[in-house]
Design a binder for this molecule. Structure first.
Ligand code: ZN
Length: 285
């Protein structure tokens, strides 16, 4: 396992950590301010959300690379199924392709897929998983042509109604197998998988299909399952054990900090959040 105690060159920021992806939260830094602050701290790169990029994908991607970093990823595709997905299959695929185009323009290799929940008119997750696999399989060649990999991210089962139909890494791998495309893999997010006693074996089964690793913590007394994530070290997830499993599978890429925290971290000065992130990455991850 990599030693981060005196080296955070693998650390990346997911801008959700600064509250940028929701109106009214965070300090309102521009992408340029975020880039400068991350570069000043020697980070590996940044993961952006589509709403921050607008029509400036090429410009922002070049700015990140000029600062000596990478655009580590883009969040995210539309929900591909479920009650929160665009209303028509064509609308879903059009927005799916638009998200791939943005990832390509940014120059990032990883686009995260959050699947969406139970498809209206169906029960359980079987039919929704089949629909996701079909839609990802149809978009995968388009992504290949643009140098973009697609990372299916399993979400904590608390979201299994409306936001996800893959709750475990095993679920994500099963959908990967259904898709069977070389540029489709998975993302492992501590918040979503920390509870899974099968995680280490699932990581081993994933092998080189792990395309991203997301850091945060699960607070023992979580107040809001969407917006009360903890900073690494403040919760009960065994982050080192999870990283051991992820790296044991062969993953050697960036570790992105992704913390939605309306009551705590989003209220703080972004410079303080970034400093805390670096310190916790070195000491508890
Ligand atoms: Zn994540």
């Amino acid at each position: 396992m990599r030693d981060f105690t005196s080296d955070h060159s693998a650390l990346a920021l997911n801008t959700a950590t600064l509250g940028h992806n929701l109106d009214g939260y965070g300090a309102g830094w521009s992408p340029e301010q975020v880039i400068d602050a991350c570069a000043a701290r020697g980070l590996a790169g940044i993961v952006f959300w589509r709403r921050e990029i607008g029509t400036r994908a090429v410009e922002i991607g070049e700015r990140v690379r000029a600062a000596g970093m990478d655009v580590v990823g883009l969040c995210r595709t539309p929900f591909l199924v479920g009650p929160l997905a665009p209303p028509t299959p064509q609308g879903i695929m059009d927005d799916f392709h638009a998200s791939i185009d943005m990832a390509a323009a940014l120059g990032t290799r990883v686009l995260t897929i959050v699947t969406g929940g139970v498809e209206p008119g169906t029960k359980g997750h079987g039919e929704s998983q089949r629909l996701v696999a079909d839609r990802v399989a149809r978009a995968a060649p388009y992504a290949t042509d643009r140098g973009v990999n697609l990372a299916l991210e399993p979400l904590n089962p608390v979201y299994a109604g409306n936001r996800t139909c893959i709750m475990t890494l095993r679920d994500a791998l099963r959908v990967c197998d259904m898709v069977d495309a070389p540029n489709v893999g998975v993302a492992v997010d501590v918040y979503h998988v920390w509870w899974d006693s099968d995680l280490a074996a699932a990581c081993a089964a994933a092998g080189d299909r792990i395309l991203g690793f997301h850091l945060c913590d699960w607070l023992a007394e979580t107040k809001d399952v969407l917006l009360d994530r903890g900073m690494m070290g403040d919760g009960v997830a065994d982050i080192r054990a999870i990283r051991t499993a992820v790296e044991g599978a062969g993953y050697g890429g960036p570790c992105e900090v992704e913390i939605f925290s309306v009551g705590n971290w989003w209220r703080r000065d972004p410079d303080d959040v970034l400093d805390a992130m670096v310190e916790r990455f070195r000491t508890v991850c």
